[in-house]
Every structure is written in C-alpha cells, then in structure tokens.
Design a protein around this ligand. Sequence first.
Ligand SMILES: [Zn+2]
Length: 105
Amino acid sequence: MKTSSLCQDFGFENQECWKTEISNGSVVFNIQTKSEKLQCGQCHSYSVEKLWYDERLLSSLSLGFKPVSLKIRVQTIECKTCKKTSQERISFASERSEAFFLAKT
Ligand SMILES: [Zn+2]
C-alpha cells in the first residue's frame, strides 16, 4: 500500500502520511504537516521550530469498503521571527473538514 499516493488522494497538499496502521478493523493514516509547510500563525513566517505535538483522531470516513481514520499530529511550534509559541492550524480539521469529509464518503 503506497501511503504517499493515498495521502494525495485525500487532497492533503501540506501533509505527509508517515505511517499506516490497522486498528479495530479500521485503516488509520498517521499524518502530519510537512516540516517545510509549518507556518507561524501570528506572523506567517516559515522560520519555525517544532516543540511538541498532540494527536487528534478523526474517524468515520471510508475508503471503498474499509473504514478509515486519520490520526493527526497537531504540532506546537516556536516562531524564530516573532518568538511566539503557537499550535499549527490544520485547515482540513477545522471549518472545512465537515464539507470535505461529506464529499469524500
Ligand atoms: Zn511568527
């Protein structure tokens, strides 16, 4: 199973699938934002450093007949430009996610 192409099938331009696993009969894609795509939420600088991350699970998707979940690493970053610490904004996991997932299932 080629996870990179599957990730592209889902339309994630800025994310990478770093692991795929099977959990409770569901395919779980572990995804995170590519390092070069991490951006400061305050000043929009790309000069940031990763500090830590939280994991969020989005479930009840389907890929063919298989149930699919997304385990997303939401990374906390420190901006080297404005020195602020913030959590990255995951666009598909916020306001657009519902429409996106409804369209795909
Ligand atoms: Zn900044």
